[in-house]
Each structure stands twice: as C-alpha cells, then as structure tokens.
Design a protein around this ligand. Sequence first.
Ligand SMILES: C[S@@+](CC[C@H](N)C(=O)[O-])C[C@H]1O[C@@H](n2cnc3c(N)ncnc32)[C@H](O)[C@@H]1O
Length: 336
Amino acid sequence: MSEHENDASTSASAGPWSRYWASGVLHSCPGAFAGNYDDEIRDHWLAFFGGLPNGARVLDIGTGNGAVAFLARDAAHTLGREFHIEGIDAALIIPSEAAARHGLTVGHIVFRGGTACEQTGYPDRSFHAVSSQYAIEYSRVGDTLNELARILKPGGRAGFIMHHSNSKAVETTRAEIGIFDYLRQEAPLIAACRRLLAGLAESGDEEQLLDRLTNREAQQQHKEIAGLLQSVTAYARSQPQAAFVEGIAVQVSRTLQRTPTTGPAAALDSLTVLEDEMAAHRERLQAILRAAQGGPDVERFCQSAVAAGFIVDTPQVILRRGEDLLGWTVTATRES
Ligand SMILES: C[S@@+](CC[C@H](N)C(=O)[O-])C[C@H]1O[C@@H](n2cnc3c(N)ncnc32)[C@H](O)[C@@H]1O
C-alpha cells in the first residue's frame, strides 16, 4: 500500500468515526486539548517512545488523525533519533489535513485507514512498539492482543491509554447522550419542524406556499415550535454542555427562518443532514460508553494480555494536573 491510504473495505461501524475524522480534528478530545494532546498524556507518550532505540519501528493503532503518531515523532526528534512510524485505523482518516490545521506535516509517517487492529496484515515481528490511545478498548480486545503479540518483536513494548468509566470525558459523554434523549423524547423540536415543512412542501406554487405559511394550522405549528425552542434554550442553560444543545437549536431556527427563501424541500434536506450528523454523533458517544473501562474490566484486559503472551505492568490511572481522571495506562512487554 502507498503512504496515507484508506482501504475502502472499512466496516460500517467505522462510519461515525470516519465522519468525525473528516471534520479535520487532530484527536478525540478537541474540547480538552486545543492543539495535540498535551500535559500528562504527551509526557506519558514521550516517556514511552523515549525508551525505544534509534531506527525503531512503531505502530499506533486506532490512530484517528494521527495524534499519537505525531507524538512518537516528537519523541524521536527530541532524542535525536529516527523512528519508522505507522498509524492504522478502521475508519477512513485524513491525517494530512488535520496536521496542516495544526502546523504539522505527515512527512514520513505512514497512515492506513480502513485497517482493523484485530487483523493488521503486517508480517510477524514487524514492530518494536505499539501504542493505543483510547483505541484498543473499542476493538475485539482478545483478538487485537493476539494480533499485537504476533506483530511485535520479542521484548517489544505495548502502551495503552484507555477510557476510565469515571473520567470527565466519559461523564461528558453520558451527559451528551442525555441531551439527545431529551431532544427526542421531551422536546421533539426537529419532528415538529418536519411536520410544518412537510405541510408547506405540498404547496403547488409560491402563492400557495405564502398562504400555507400564514394559515391557522401553520401558525399553531409555529407556536408549538417556538415553545419547544424556548424549552430547549432553558434546558441548555441548565446543562454544562450548553453550547452543544444551543448549537442544535440555532441550526433548526436558521433552517426555519430561511424557508421562505430556500423553499420547504431544501429546508427538509437541511434537517435530514442535521439528523444524520446527530445520529452519527450519538453512535460515537455510545461507542465511547461501551469502551469505557472500570477496574474489573482492566483486570480482564490484563489477563487477556497475559494469555496473548505479554508480561503486563500494574495498571495505573493517569490524571491531568493531579485532578482530572484521563484514563487507565497499561504497559506490557512481548515475551521473548
Ligand atoms: C476515541 S478514537 C481515538 C483516536 C486516536 N487514538 C486519538 O486519541 O485521537 C478511537 C479510534 O479507534 C478506531 N477503532 C475502533 N475500533 C477499531 C478497530 N477494531 N481497529 C482499528 N481501529 C479501530 C476508531 O475508528 C477511532 O478512530
């Protein structure tokens, strides 16, 4: 395969992530880290990669738009070493665009989208180290650990940072899913707009449209929508993720405001796009919750790693500024 290639046979479950990476973000926590991962996460990876010799071959799995692969290169540069770095992801990825937005270049790093970590296609004993930041826990863990044991050289190192079920990121994820539930069950704003627009879309000509826009039924529907918008705005004020809820309300209001100009069919299309985005976002949030690890999960993870042929260090938690729980760290060595 050539550098930076996306395998088109990527699985459907990667769809929400492909959409996310297509937006050009560099990593999965843009709300917490404006540039690349910083602070303790950066320090952790610099220390992990810093233990590798010159010429080491490094693979970052579930790499997304390559944040940890870029940190591997930073570690090599800091130490005056060269690593051969590759990043794979089941989703379609665009690291070069994400990099450009952050003043980075892909350079010699090889990225492969559409490549599952359970079956990488690399020859046995290909790498000195494998890294995974919030990634292996999304995969079939036993299969992935067997695969990593196969492609690592004897004595090779594996480093994992995994979601912690009590971390801030996971708490935020739960809250955002609650917002989707609220918008669907308690304040069905989009459904109300659809009803109004579907009625308007039946107009044969402009005159009929103007008539329908002002008739009694439409006025009642407008009133209902205004009430729902008010509820959503009030709800947003009670939420730490206010901007997220307000963003949805603003998009809906704008679509409605533009309807006399764009026509109801285009407005309905805009709502479909918004709903698709919301569905993909929700699917991604649910994947995060499924991936989040409690203590017993991490214990099972370590047992699977031992069964796959790793010597596993005791799991640790990683905190930001000594307070915010970022996740679990597990490091392991491929048995010789
Ligand atoms: C939370 S994101 C983390 C991305 C990146 N490591 C970061 O920290 O920015 C999880 C990534 O794992 C990928 N992923 C999930 N299951 C996978 C699998 N079986 N094989 C490879 N990648 C997978 C997703 O497509 C997604 O890009």
